[in-house]
Ligand binder design. Structure first.
Ligand code: FAD
Length: 539
């Protein structure tokens, strides 16, 4: 019974799925299709994952709606209508709810329940999954669909508990409406969430302080109501367009210019950048083929965006602070905004540099920087991101063979074969885990690819009479080395990004996602399946 603890009795299932975001929902649907019994355990009060939690003002997808959606059901993709080029959080949440209803998924989801531990019982070949409500579930397969950006991070600033106003985290936004009218608001952080929230909060607040440690590159979204001709084009042959998208580097169908930025004359380069800037969105990074591989090429794009910032922001000192100079463009998640830089021209908005003078304390009435500067605030918004990719997985005490702990195994950085499975942890599956394209991609494409691959794998196992699968240590080591090697050929490791774990004090610095491209990765996974799963032991 969803939402109800089962006390001391143990519920027996074929699979437990942790998380009811898009990953968990689709996994449940596919497992049911295989005739398996499966249950999702979800900490939130509803489906949608990211889009259930991140209700902050301005929350929006930066992959186009026509592409940020499921492709597994033709009628679903034909019938659903998106209202905007880039959908806002409420609409994506409605979509997740629609999917849950349409495929009757809710009856197998237990909400408001957090998985705390999962232990592999070697003798029985089953996972025992425990929750914070006292549930005990026994399942042959355990699927961690826990999300790469679901473990919200609040920095450890002294005095935080003394603050007399209200505090918020963008990733844990309240369900009731938050009204900042007449307030002094402090936003801490200038990543993707802040860049979306700041322009909206600025319209309400009496005074807005934006506390910035590291500026990020942001491209205008040029969001607009859905163009009907564009929608018709997608829907005229959705399956074929999706097939092409799946083979793209990021799982997003857009034109990537195959030229090097350095092979074209400066005026042509500028024309290309202007065109991409005017079109809006992350496709900016497709302007030339080598932007993420060649520093000099990257510099041309970065310089172009810095020039745009200088052109938009009237106060030269503020413009200079907003211009990123410490990382190549695109090596931290590129942001997409609606009037972010313009917002700093408002009289009620002020950018505060906390690189030169860090936040020293939160006081009962606001924030204090090193050196003594004080900022009075009625509300503080933490737009401080997530313990990405590994945070939610490791929040669960996962024990594999011989009681070995995943936290210990990953102490020096995550290790997973294909980002999908871990040696020593049989029948444990990670959806969009570290070592897969994951956060570098259109996550809908990556989620479907993982869930489909796993489902096919389970069909294969069943045909062979196998019930247990585990990668070999050698295969895992080789994949982890490959992921590092491919990452090392790019500019990504140059940035102190959350891809590198750099936003979490003490987290090992490892470039976690696989940067070889969504299409290449799919081909590698498919080849392994076609060859009968070399690198995996089945029994
Ligand atoms: P999630 O949606 O994160 O769902 C995981 C669920 O697991 C959560 O509901 C969580 O509560 C639950 N959970 C975790 N641990 C436990 C536990 N121990 N017990 C019980 N439940 C648990 N991706 C894109 O491709 N394009 C975008 O433009 C984009 N924009 C984003 C904007 C924001 C603000 C954020 C935060 C993410 C964005 N993403 C984007 C990434 C987004 O997370 C994915 O696109 C997708 O929604 C992930 O789905 P998921 O099911 O894998 O994980």
């Amino acid at each position: 019974r969803p939402g109800q603890a089962t006390g001391e009795s143990t519920e027996a299932l074929d699979a437990v799925i942790v998380g009811a975001g898009f990953g968990g929902l689709y996994m449940l649907h596919r497992l049911r299709g295989l005739g398996m019994t499966a249950r999702i355990i979800e900490a939130a009060g509803g489906v949608g994952g990211t889009w259930w939690w991140n209700r902050y003002p301005g929350a929006r997808c930066d992959v186009e709606s026509m592409q940020y959606s499921f492709s597994f059901d033709e009628r679903l993709q034909q019938e659903w209508r998106w209202s905007e080029r880039f959908a806002a959080q409420p609409e994506i949440l409605r979509y997740a709810e629609h999917v849950a209803d349409r495929f009757d998924l809710r009856r197998d989801i237990r909400f408001n329940t957090r998985v705390t531990a999962a232990r592999f019982d070697e003798a029985a070949g089953r996972w025992l999954v425990l929750t914070d409500r006292g549930d005990r579930l026994s399942a042959r397969y355990c699927v961690m669909a826990t999300g790469c950006l679901s473990s919200a991070r609040v920095p450890d600033i002294p005095g935080i508990e003394s603050f007399r106003g209200r505090t918020y985290h963008t990733g844990r936004w309240p369900h009731e409406e938050v009204d900042f009218t007449g307030q002094r608001v402090a936003v801490i952080g200038t990543g993707s969430s802040a860049i979306q929230a700041v322009p909206v909060i600025a319209e309400q607040a009496k005074q807005l302080f934006v506390f910035q440690r590291t500026p990020n590159f942001s491209i205008p979204s040029r969001n607009r109501p859905m163009d009907e001709a564009y929608e018709r084009w997608w829907k005229s042959d959705y399956a074929a367009h999706r097939r092409r998208a799946r083979m793209m580097r990021t799982g997003i169908l857009y034109h990537i210019d195959e030229r090097s930025a350095l092979d074209v004359p400066p005026e042509e380069r500028r024309r290309v950048y202007e065109e991409r800037w005017a079109a809006g969105g992350t496709a900016f990074m497709g302007a030339f083929a080598d932007l993420l591989r060649n520093q000099q090429a990257n510099d041309t794009a970065a310089e172009f965006v810095r020039g745009k910032i200088a052109g938009i922001v009237r106060d030269p000192a503020t413009a200079a602070l907003l211009q990123p100079r410490d990382h190549p463009i695109g090596t931290k998640r590129i942001c997409v905004d609606t009037h972010y830089y313009e917002t700093f021209n408002r009289a009620n908005v002020r950018l505060v540099d906390v690189r030169s003078a860090p936040i020293e304390a939160i006081t009962p009435t606001g924030l204090r920087l090193r050196g003594g500067a004080e900022f009075a605030a009625d509300s503080i918004v933490f737009a401080t991101g997530f313990d990405a990719m590994t945070g939610a997985v490791l929040a669960v005490d996962i024990r594999g063979r011989s009681g070995a702990s995943l936290r210990e195994k990953w102490a020096a950085g995550p290790r997973a074969h294909l980002g999908l499975m871990v040696a020593g942890f049989p029948n444990l599956f990670l959806i969009t885990g570290p070592g897969s394209p994951s956060v570098l991609s259109n996550m809908m494409v990556s989620i479907e690819q993982h869930v489909d691959w796993l489902s096919d794998c389970l069909v294969h196992m069943r045909a062979r009479g196998a019930t247990c699968i585990e990668p070999t240590q050698e295969a895992e080591d080789a994949w982890v080395a490959h992921v590092a090697e491919v990452g090392g050929r790019t500019l990504y490791p140059k940035a102190n990004s959350w891809y590198m774990g750099a936003n979490i004090p003490g987290k090992p610095r490892v470039f976690m996602p696989y940067v070889g491209g969504v299409g290449t990765y799919r081909e590698e996974c498919d080849a392994i399946a076609a060859q009968g799963y070399p690198g995996f032991r089945m029994s």
